[in-house]
Design a protein around this ligand. Structure first.
Ligand code: XMP
Length: 327
């Protein structure tokens, strides 16, 4: 039997009862698979790896070692949220690595989008590999692989959810407890495990993080402006009840300067772009008609609170022709 094929008889997990039964079964299987050995998990804070972490903590507790790599391109408060939930809340065995300087130094002066993505992906693997080689007695690697990952990688020799682990990375085996589930099912399981709504319903966030929203060559000051503007946007969307109504939303700070004026003096500052989209499949997107007052509040807050910004724009472009991310 191919364990990477979802049996036709497998019920879709739509209720807490079905999720509880799934969790119970997986807890049993994981314990059977790993015995008293240790398991390593790259915990990004995304839905899939978070649900796998919570499930494995339930199954094997401290035998799970979670590694959270902060590449310096996380949103405001994101790494702190992962630490707070998993280390303080769920008492996980969590290794936190702040690799901000390493990533930003590598990215300095690199403007080409695909090159930036490649550097971030490769550096991630390197950091993860270095840190996990310092850990002793790890036998298994856990991954937040979900069914669409398997379907999409059919024909490709090996699927690497972590972004391409090197071949000489030797483990006794992989632990992939949600690999036959679709995203909505993973969310139901996450809820049944008691994960907070903010984590379970989290919108997609690209692996390269804010790196693809700080267009061109990333600088620390522009990245800071982007992170602060993004936090304001999220806060105001939350207040306006839009977080659950809009599929994905974020800010972009492009690598351009625009003219402003303050106290009679000329400014050369960045514009902040607000991007919001609704979609079913991420292939075709429309732009929601956000209430004008909400947009005004966000604009006024960004202009008052974020240094180096003098203009705020709302991106009205559908996909296609514009992609969701700016690069
Ligand atoms: P685009 O920009 O292609 O985005 O319309 C479609 C969806 O994919 C996300 N995205 C990424 N996710 N690595 C990721 O893990 C990436 O490099 C990447 N680029 C885009 C994007 O946020 C959107 O949800």
């Amino acid at each position: 039997m191919d364990t990477n094929v979802r049996p036709e008889t497998m019920k879709r997990i739509t209720t807490k009862e079905l999720a509880d039964a799934f969790i119970e079964e997986q807890v049993r299987l994981v314990r059977e698979q790993v015995g008293d050995k240790k398991v390593l998990l790259a915990l990004s804070g995304g839905v899939d790896s978070s649900v796998v972490a919570a499930l494995l903590i339930k199954a094997i507790g401290k035998q799970l070692v979670c590694v959270h790599v902060n590449h310096g391109l996380m949103r405001k408060g994101e790494s702190e949220g992962v630490i707070d939930l998993f280390q303080n809340g769920l008492d996980a065995n969590l290794v936190y690595i702040d690799a901000t300087d390493r990533f930003l130094d590598k990215l300095a002066g690199v403007a080409e989008p695909e090159k930036k993505r490649k550097i971030i992906g490769e550096e991630f693997v390197r950091v993860f590999e270095e840190e996990s080689s310092k850990l002793e007695g790890i036998s298994f690697l856990a991954q937040g692989t979900i069914y669409p990952d398997i379907i999409e990688s059919k024909g490709v020799k090996a699927h690497h959810n972590v972004g391409g682990l090197p071949e000489d990375f030797k483990f006794e085996g992989l632990v992939e407890p949600v690999k036959l589930l679709f995203k909505d099912e993973v969310r139901v399981v996450g809820r049944a495990l008691g994960l907070p709504a903010a984590m379970v319903d989290r919108q997609p966030f690209p692996g390269p993080g804010l790196g693809v929203r700080c267009t061109g060559a990333i600088t620390r000051d522009r990245l800071h402006a982007l992170r602060e503007a993004d936090a304001i946007l999220r806060e105001e969307f939350d207040k306006a009840g839009l977080t659950t109504q809009v599929w994905q939303f974020f800010t972009v700070v492009p690598d351009i300067k625009t003219t402003g004026v303050k106290d009679g003096k000329r400014l050369d500052s960045w514009p902040v772009i607000i991007r919001a989209v609704n979609t079913v499949d991420a292939m075709h997107c429309s732009v929601p008609r956000i209430d004008w007052e909400v947009l005004e509040t966000i604009t006024n807050r960004i202009l008052a609170e974020v240094d180096g910004v003098c203009r705020v724009c709302y991106d009205l472009s559908p996909k296609p022709i514009a992609t969701i991310e700016w690069e």
